[in-house]
Design a protein around this ligand. Structure first.
Ligand SMILES: *Cc1c(COP(=O)(O)O)cnc(C)c1O
Length: 631
């Protein structure tokens, strides 16, 4: 039977791009990654060509590509999903979203979201004073809300209340009881009626990695008795009418729709009871937590979710309506604070592969002459005789023989050359075994061999810092989709893991998405000499830009904002140069001018040499460049 030809469909299946790409990413006939920023197939563009174009303009990898059209599309998706659910269920309130600025504060990102959200009266949520300054600086629709969440001090509250006095719809969410007297004090002083929200500490919990954000031990929110206390205080001051919002947030990336339903039930009951007590709450705010299907598996696994945006909106709307009907209270206007689901898709990080660490291959096959030490003969025997019928015991033999090889070497009985031959023979056994394990004749692979492929995997080195570009992969083992952006018409020959260029041995990726599992390595192509090989990380638009850190003083990569036009063309809307060496040095308190002069003792005229001058000239050039490798 002739070997089946490898096609771009095979590549699409291998990398699962249809599943996690959500209509935004695909592969074109050239075998390049393609982006369709509005899910409308007549508007798509070749990402490899974008990278080539930027490279010609002098913009090196690693590169953060941002697609503002994706942001606008996400804003519309969420708002339309609620609009449709409201019509479908005959819901009597409205929906109004806010974007939580902390998910990605980058100016162009927030501005695009505000622009796209204007017709939906989309607002912003701020969790700190600088974030509130951003929110207050933007031209929101007059109906749009600015929500202040998170712990607040007096000046945060003063900022919010002055903006309120100036006519902005700024709501202060009470996260803990001590904030309430402060709000009342400043409001009285400024003679302004505050807009107050109460954050409830629900018993219902989320799912996945952020499960502990809710429940009795949660960091934020008021318990039922605190809510009652707050109501009493406000009633005494005749300020009950100021309470316009009930808020909850049970954690990010909720993977299981059932958790959302139970939180909705609990929160709507609290809302209803408060309404019946005469608190005129208008908004029920369901917080964030709307997930992103990073692996495309549509499951409750932590990098996935078992529902769509439409199902989410339908469940929120339906549950609220149902419980309000039971309780016979008016239906609230619904608010939500989706961050991750709005921004995750808009960013693609492209890195170039700069090398391969290969422990297991050597250039030559070891042929024995017969004069070698006994241990090498034994390893060669294992290599030549391992088969489907005996692989388990033969592999155990090989491991014992390798241990013995190293013991003999340490005792001084073997030469460096013998040791090298022995190690090579051992890896040959492993590779033969790997072929046996992946052959169809085996029905089941014993547990003990499952790590074998991992130790055989090639390590590709990418010109990036994991800590800067995907800190959550390091910190909480979050999975992001990874695939090459070209050569997708070629069957990948390597099974690899990825290393970054930091000196930190944690700076590596050894876990990758898979529809049914988490894989330890990813099929990639063998880099060809003289030609760049680009691998991209996807769905990094939420949290990663801001959590990213300057470990090893690798700074923010170069960045380009791309708008896709008709006829497969694109426009570079905006370029942001990555952090320079100068910038990262200043961030850790060095003065690069002084630093270039060297230590004080070497600055005297007598200490000057040609080499010292040449070094100074080099440093003067280098400080203007970005921090990554120039290959
Ligand atoms: C972080 C946060 C959000 C955003 O959550 P996502 O899961 O990213 O949608 C919303 N509301 C509050 C209060 C938050 O702290």
């Amino acid at each position: 039977m002739p070997m089946k030809h490898w096609t771009v469909q095979d590549a699409a299946t291998l990398y699962g791009v249809k599943e996690w790409g959500n209509g935004y990413f695909g592969i074109n006939a050239k075998g390049h990654l393609e982006i369709t920023p509005t899910q409308d197939e007549s508007l798509s563009c070749d990402v490899y060509e974008i990278v080539q174009h930027l490279k010609k303009k002098g913009l090196r990898t690693p590169l953060n590509l941002r697609f503002p059209q994706v942001l606008a599309h996400r804003v519309v998706e969420v708002n339309e999903a609620f609009r449709k659910a409201i019509i479908e269920f005959g819901y009597e309130g409205s929906y109004q979203g806010v974007y939580p600025v902390k998910t990605n504060q980058i100016k162009e990102v927030v501005e695009e979201i505000v622009r796209a959200g204007n017709k939906y009266h989309y607002g912003l949520e701020a969790g700190s004073k600088p974030e509130l300054m951003i929110a207050l600086s933007l031209d929101l629709h007059p109906e749009a809300l600015v929500l202040c969440n998170g712990y607040k001090d007096e000046s945060f509250i003063r900022m919010a209340l002055l903006a309120r006095k100036a006519g902005r719809k700024v709501v202060i969410t009470v996260e803990k009881m001590t904030e309430l007297p402060l709000i009342l004090k400043v409001a009285k002083e400024l003679k302004v009626e505050p807009l107050i929200g109460l954050r409830a500490k629900l018993n219902a919990q989320g799912s996945g990695k952020w499960e502990t954000s809710a429940g009795d031990h949660a960091k934020f929110g008021l318990t039922t008795s605190e809510i009652l206390d707050a109501i009493e205080v406000l009633e005494k001051r005749d300020l009950l009418d100021s309470v316009i919002e009930l808020h909850f947030h049970i954690g990010s990336q909720i993977t299981d729709i059932r958790k959302i339903k139970s939180a909705m039930k609990e929160a709507t009951r609290i809302y209803a009871k408060l309404r019946k007590m005469g608190v005129p709450i208008r908004y029920l705010n369901v917080g964030g937590g709307l997930g992103v299907d990073y692996d495309g598996s549509k499951t409750t696994f932590s990098s996935s979710m078992n529902y769509t945006i439409s199902e989410y909106a339908a469940d929120v709307v339906y549950t609220t309506k149902d419980i309000c009907a039971q309780e016979q209270v008016p239906m609230p206007d619904l608010l939500s604070e989706s961050g991750r689901a709005i921004v995750a898709y808009h960013e693609v990080v492209v890195v170039d592969i700069i090398g391969l660490i290969d422990t297991t291959h050597t250039k030559y096959k070891v042929e024995l002459t017969g004069r070698e030490p006994q241990i090498l003969k034994e390893l060669a025997y294992t290599r030549d005789n391992i088969s489907v019928k005996n692989f388990a015991e033969m592999y155990h033999d090989a491991i014992t023989q390798k241990d013995e090889l190293l013991t003999l070497f340490n005792l001084g009985y073997l030469s460096l050359e013998d040791r090298s031959k022995g190690e090579t023979l051992f890896w040959e056994v492993c590779r033969k075994l790997s072929r046996i394990l992946s052959s169809k004749s085996l029905k089941y692979v014993p547990e003990e061999f499952q790590d074998l492929n991992k130790s055989l995997a090639d390590k590709l080195i990418g010109n990036f810092s994991l800590f800067q570009s995907m800190p959550d992969h390091w910190a909480i083992e979050q999975l992001f989709p990874v695939m090459p952006i070209h050569r997708l018409k070629e069957k990948p020959a390597l099974s690899a893991t990825l290393c970054d260029i930091t000196c930190d041995s944690d700076g590596k990726m050894e876990k990758f998405i898979d529809l049914k599992d988490v894989r330890d390595e990813i099929p990639l192509h063998e880099p060809r000499g003289g030609e760049a090989y680009y691998v991209a990380f996807f769905l990094t638009g939420a949290y990663q830009d801001i959590l990213g850190m300057r470990h090893n003083l690798f700074g923010a990569p170069n960045e380009a904002h791309i708008v896709v036009d008709e006829d497969d063309t694109f426009k570079v809307q905006h370029i942001v140069k990555g952090d320079t060496v100068d910038h990262v040095l200043r961030s850790v308190h060095y003065d690069p001018d002084a630093l270039i002069q060297g230590p004080a003792s070497k600055r005297k005229a007598s200490a000057k040499s040609d080499a010292a001058e040449a070094l100074k000239a080099l440093l003067t050039e280098e400080r203007k460049l970005h921090t990554y490798l120039e290959i």
